[in-house]
Design a protein around this ligand. Structure first.
Ligand SMILES: O=P(O)(O)OC[C@H]1O[C@H](O[C@H]2O[C@H](CO)[C@@H](O)[C@H](O)[C@H]2O)[C@H](O)[C@@H](O)[C@@H]1O
Length: 261
């Protein structure tokens, strides 16, 4: 009898591959709008989508619309806003409760006076969450945390999460792990072995989910993590994607190409 996810004849298991976006597929920039996506990245991710038979998705803190804009014309399966938004492989969307959108708008509004007093801070309103960025004013970290905590007193359905030089408000009960699990219940992900690659604290839920489902979490960079494997940098992520595609195809996928640095 075959083990779950195994294929006969020593053929490698089919993989469902998930990656974070900022810091994993693209370098971190000073501002949210400052990231650069070289054309070869879009080409590479488009190839990954076909090499993994469409069982390839981005799970990000960003709005799905943001990811589509950066990766245009590619439209991947994406979970956005730390699991609050999700576009499935068939192009359909999970719907977000209107009350969540309304609450996240109100939280963003409550942070406006702080940003007016400190213009180096950035509020990034998203549909279902809010990010307060202090990368250009690291000394304001504690001020930002307290301001967001205070704003959340009126919105107990939201949780405060720390990221890379950012504090975010996210709907409680939704995270990158719930998003990964939702994908894994649907075609073409169901029955495959999940692999999740990420670099940040908000990726920990997805590392755990992938591993609990019999797969593997891969953490980019240093820091305490639940992930069982590590990877050094973004260029290695692209090399790994190619390597996994080669393994899945039994060594018959496209030849590796230059990886972004
Ligand atoms: O889950 P991710 O795809 O890693 O997204 C996490 C957050 O990424 C963005 O902020 C981070 O990247 C910015 C651009 O490099 C950087 O300026 C900022 O300091 C980082 O925190 C994005 O703006 C957020 O909405 C995402 O939640």
């Amino acid at each position: 009898m075959l083990e779950p996810n195994a294929r006969p004849g020593g053929t490698p298991p089919l993989l469902a591959v998930f990656t974070d976006f900022d810091g994993t597929l693209v370098e971190i920039a000073e501002t949210p709008d400052g990231v650069e996506v070289p054309a070869e990245v879009t080409d590479r991710l488009g190839r990954a989508l076909s090499q993994f038979d469409h069982a390839f998705a981005v799970i990000t803190g960003r709005d799905i619309a943001d990811i589509d804009r950066y990766l245009s014309p590619l439209q991947l399966p994406v979970a956005g806003v730390h699991g609050a938004q999700r576009r499935r492989a068939d192009g359909s969307f999970d719907t977000l409760d209107q009350s969540v959108s309304t609450a996240s708008d109100a939280i963003a509004l409550a942070l406006e006076p702080l940003v007016q007093a400190h213009p180096e801070l950035i509020v990034e309103p998203k549909d279902g969450s809010v990010a307060l960025h202090y990368r250009r004013a690291p000394e304001l970290e504690e001020t930002c945390r307290r301001a967001l905590e205070e704003a959340l007193l009126e919105h107990p359905g939201f949780t405060l999460i720390p990221g890379k030089m950012v504090y975010e408000a996210r709907p409680a009960g939704l995270d990158k792990g719930t998003a990964l699990r939702a994908f894994m219940q649907e075609e073409p992900f169901a029955g495959r072995v999940p692999v999740f690659i990420g670099d940040d604290r908000t990726d920990e839920d997805a590392f755990r989910a992938a591993q609990e489902l019999g797969g593997i979490g891969i953490k980019l960079g240093p820091g305490t993590t639940a992930a069982r494997m590590r990877i050094a940098d973004i260029a290695s992520v692209y090399a790994l994607l190619q390597g996994l595609a080669d393994i899945s195809a039994g060594g018959h996928s496209d030849a590796p190409e230059d990886v972004p640095h």
